[in-house]
Structures are given as structure tokens and as C-alpha cells.
Design a protein around this ligand. Structure first.
Ligand SMILES: NC(=O)c1ccc[n+]([C@@H]2O[C@H](COP(=O)([O-])OP(=O)(O)OC[C@H]3O[C@@H](n4cnc5c(N)ncnc54)[C@H](OP(=O)(O)O)[C@@H]3O)[C@@H](O)[C@H]2O)c1
Length: 277
């Protein structure tokens, strides 16, 4: 199937999510308002934020400034680690909606699989879905073990697992597991936070296609069937990152990129660590 900027992926509850979204980590205030506005002007229809980014209210303002109807833009936010537990989670979504100045989000994610209370938290997520405060619910940074634990107790299967996913951290086993459960992978830090954009073997592939390394990394994700959410504060890069639909990477080069895996985690957070046992 030909991928376009307007392509959407159907989640397991029927909700459709644009396959290319806009990330907003580490941008705040006027900067994030402008970045969201530029992204929407460039044609993005999917914005990713989180309580932890301390920018929900400015993301909401950027969306408002676009003048786009609410149902044309897919907005995700996330429950932070100190809001786990049933009652805390119910309060957290209300606070996020207030900050965003929205009645509902399209997707609400459990940001990290904090040990101890994640199943209880999921019960609140199911309530939030029922109450119409989120059109879909999902998780982030869950490993197969965390998902098995959750699925044993869940009434609602998560629609999405948002994980770090790049050629340099090619989590194939987790992707295959999620596919088997009809849980979509969303790729965070799809540009490796910039760390690998100068890697000569990536640059060589980019030159071959007449594309930038950032565009190759985004396209690699989309061809793996994931949803990618690159971030930039710069208008020209926001546009550049959306120009990934006029070429495709050959099977041979996809395999070559898969082979770049070096288990690189760019954030310093590891879902396999004791913090998340
Ligand atoms: N669920 C989670 O735990 C989690 C964790 C991390 C991130 N996320 C989400 O995923 C989104 C993306 O991840 P990220 O922000 O960590 O990193 P990223 O999108 O992989 O990379 C962003 C970095 O790359 C630079 N950049 C962007 N476009 C570029 C281009 N075309 N050429 C060269 N450099 C470029 C940006 O700099 P400039 O801004 O200066 O252009 C920034 O330094 C986040 O914003 C957030 O929404 C989720």
C-alpha cells in the first residue's frame, strides 16, 4: 500500500491514527506553540505531548491557533510516573485535559511501566476510556513481560505501545509480539535525538536516495508499519521530516538498516531496569 502524509493506521478499537506525528519533548512556552502551529500548517495531523513535558497548555494553545477543527487533529498525552494508582490516574487525566483545554484526547498512554501499581492504573485507564475522556488508551515503554502481566488482567487491550524504535534500537521481538496482539508500535526518538544522523553508513544510504539521514530514519520506521513522531523546533526541519512520502527504501536497504542495531537507548532510561520490575 502506498504511504502518504494522510495515511492512517487503524487501532484495535477502530480509531485511526495518522502514521506521522509531531513530537514535543523539551519544547515549552511560545516555542512549542509555534512548533505545533508550523507542524499543523505543514500538514501534520497528530501531536504527541505528555504531562512530564510541562507543555500541555502551550501545545493546546498551538493547536487552537491553527484554527483546525478538533476532530481533524489526533492529540496524545501521557500519564506520568507519579500519577500511578486508580484515583491518581483519574485526577491526572482531568488535569491534562484542563491544561490542554480539551474535552478529550485521542490517545492516553501510561508513560512508563512503574513497578507496583501499573495494573491498578490500567483499570483507571479503562474507566477514562469508558468516560469518553480518551478515544483510545495505550502504554509506553512496556516490555513483553509488562504486557503479559497487563493482558492477564485487562478488559481492554492497549491500542499502542510507544517505544524507542530506530535502526540502532531495532526491537524486533517486541514488535512481533505487539503485532500478534494487535498493539501498534509508535516510535519515539525516531531520529535518535540527532545522535546518529552523521553516521557514515546512514549518510551513504541517504545520499543514494537523495534524502537526508533524518528522512531515511523516519521512512524506515513507516515501512516497518510503525507510527513515527519526530520532533523539531525548526520550521524547515519540521517540513523536511514530513517529506518522506515521495520515495521508498528498497527491501535490501531496509535489511541493511535493520542490521545497524546496537541496542542504543538515547534517553538513559531502560524499561528492563529495576525501576520497572
Ligand atoms: N514515550 C516516551 O517515553 C518518549 C520518550 C522520548 C520521546 N518521546 C516522544 O517522541 C518524540 C520524538 O523524540 P525526541 O524528541 O526525543 O527525539 P527525535 O525526534 O529522535 O530527535 C529530535 C532531535 O533531532 C533534531 N532534529 C529534528 N529534525 C532534524 C532534521 N531533519 N535534521 C537534523 N536534526 C533534526 C532536533 O533538533 P531541533 O529541534 O533543533 O531541530 C532534536 O535535537 C518526542 O518529542 C516525544 O513526543 C516519547
Amino acid at each position: 500500500m502506498k504511504l502518504t502524509f494522510g495515511s492512517k493506521s487503524r487501532l484495535n478499537n477502530g480509531v485511526e491514527i495518522p502514521i506521522l506525528g509531531f513530537g514535543t519533548l523539551r519544547i515549552r512556552g511560545e516555542d512549542v506553540q509555534n512548533a505545533v502551529l508550523w507542524a499543523l500548517e505543514a500538514g501534520y495531523r497528530h501531536v504527541d505531548t505528555a504531562k512530564a513535558y510541562e507543555n500541555e497548555s502551550d501545545v493546546g494553545k498551538g493547536f487552537k491557533r491553527s484554527g483546525l477543527p478538533r476532530d481533524e487533529v489526533f492529540i496524545t498525552t501521557k500519564l506520568w510516573n507519579d500519577d500511578h494508582g486508580y484515583n491518581n490516574a483519574l485526577k491526572a487525566i482531568d488535569r491534562s485535559l484542563k491544561n490542554l483545554e480539551l474535552d478529550w484526547v485521542d490517545l492516553y498512554l501510561v508513560h512508563w511501566p512503574v513497578s507496583g501499581r501499573r495494573v491498578e492504573t490500567w483499570k483507571a485507564m479503562e474507566r477514562i476510556l469508558k468516560d469518553g475522556k480518551a478515544r483510545a488508551i495505550g502504554v509506553s515503554n512496556f516490555t513483553i513481560r509488562h504486557l503479559e502481566e497487563l493482558l492477564a488482567e485487562a478488559d481492554v487491550v492497549p491500542t499502542v505501545n510507544q517505544i524507542e524504535f530506530t535502526p540502532y534500537l531495532y526491537q524486533k521481538e517486541l514488535q512481533d509480539y505487539c503485532e500478534g496482539k494487535d498493539i501498534k508500535i509508535e516510535a519515539w526518538s525516531p531520529l535518535t535525538r540527532g545522535i546518529k544522523l552523521g553516521d557514515p553508513k546512514l549518510v551513504e544510504i541517504a545520499n543514494h536516495y537523495g534524502k537526508t539521514p533524518a528522512q531515511i530514519l523516519i521512512r524506515w520506521n513507516l515501512q516497518h508499519g510503525t507510527i513515527a513522531i519526530p520532533k523539531s523546533v525548526r520550521k524547515e526541519r519540521i517540513i523536511e521530516n514530513s517529506r518522506v512520502f515521495d520515495f521508498s527504501i528498497s527491501d535490501k536497504d531496509m535489511k541493511r538498516l535493520d542490521g545497524f542495531n546496537e541496542n542504543l537507548r538515547t534517553s538513559g532510561w531502560d524499561p528492563y531496569s529495576d525501576l520497572f520490575k
